[in-house]
Design a protein around this ligand. Structure first.
Ligand code: LMR
Length: 328
């Protein structure tokens, strides 16, 4: 009788464990480098809410903001190793995997916010999104943030010659390095999480970013001048690990795709709103002196950047450059 009791207990325990295993949710770690209050930070949280709701709790999304889990460089390596399942890096940071992503950095290329969105949703943008599959990465969505503007601590930047001798932080890649070189300035690639300190310690004099990143990172505390240039873009791609994605059951994948589509719509609206709000905050703070490029200033910059357009057209591809240039 004792043996029978032991056998029954063991079987019951086994069944219980099996049952527990089945009900364990699939965990998605979603890591990013910006504050929670940014378009990317808010959209990641929206995705979490919708993904958990649409899968009835079968998926749990853990969002790690502000480089808490991984910084710029580590997050890509972590994604490839499946130590994190979702990231949404700035497009520029993919230059090592595909230099064509530097399309966002080509100065004064996109006509407007809408033009960038059209490009991403069009055939060339969609091709780019799919271009990392042989590296084990699936591009799921574009999350635009906005145009970049220059800040620095030394002097107002109105014309190309004002940049001479200054040093700027860059995200990564040859286009940004070349951009500053052509302006007679130096540059250094610094991970996002270390930029405030680099500006504070004067490792670099300036940087380029969206209004919202400038605002939420409190760069006005360590910078004096802001040039509203809108010269390049800072947008994101939502990436997942291919092995992880392919392993998901079809119904889960579908629910996650729906959640992401809704989170993307939310992000697009929010990015415009939050950048506008941040611009107003920065102005109101009175800590930064604003300068708006005139059409003549803009022409002067475009002329200086001519060698850059020539050098990078074959690297990025004429079709991609034309699609970006002509999008409205
Ligand atoms: C930066 O490094 O300046 C940005 O890419 C950070 C971000 O993710 O917005």
């Amino acid at each position: 009788l004792l043996v029978l009791f032991l056998v029954l207990t063991l079987v019951a325990c086994g069944n219980k464990q099996e049952g527990e295993k089945k009900s364990e949710p699939i965990v998605i770690k979603f890591s990013h480098v910006v504050a929670e209050t940014t378009p990317k930070g808010q959209a990641a949280l929206k995705f979490k809410e919708l993904a958990e709701q649409k899968t009835g709790g079968k998926v749990k999304v853990e969002v790690y903001p502000s480089s808490q889990l991984f910084g710029d460089k580590e997050e890509l390596e972590a994604l490839i190793a499946n130590n994190v399942q979702f990231i949404a890096p700035s497009v520029t940071k993919l230059v090592g995997l595909n230099p064509q992503f530097q399309i966002v950095d080509i100065p004064f290329l996109f006509k407007s916010e809408e033009a960038a969105l059209k490009f991403y949703q069009g055939p060339e943008g969609q091709k780019l999104l799919k271009s990392l599959e042989d590296k084990g990465i699936i591009g799921l969505a574009w999350w635009p943030n906005g145009a970049k503007h220059f800040t620095n601590s030394k002097r107002p930047l109105r014309r190309p010659e004002d940049f001479k001798g200054l040093k700027f932080r860059t995200q990564s890649g040859g286009v940004l390095e070349e951009q500053f070189k052509l302006l007679g300035a130096g540059s250094q690639t610094i991970p996002f999480g270390e930029v405030y300190t680099a500006l504070q310690n004067k490792t670099v004099d300036g940087q380029e970013n969206t209004f919202n990143n400038i605002d939420t990172q409190k760069y006005a505390e360590v910078q004096k001048y802001l040039t509203v240039s809108g010269h390049g873009r800072l947008d994101y791609v939502v990436l997942t690990n291919k092995t992880f994605w392919d392993s998901l059951p079809e119904d889960i994948k579908k629910a996650l795709e729906e959640a992401l589509a809704e989170a993307t719509e939310y992000e697009i609206k929010l990015s415009t709103e939050l950048n506008q709000k941040s611009m107003e905050n920065l102005k109101k703070s009175g800590k930064l002196e604003f300068y708006y490029l005139t059409p003549q200033d803009r022409e002067a910059f475009i002329k200086v950047f001519e060698p850059l357009y020539k050098k990078y057209e074959p690297i990025i591809g004429k079709e991609i450059m034309d699609a970006a240039r002509n999008a409205e």
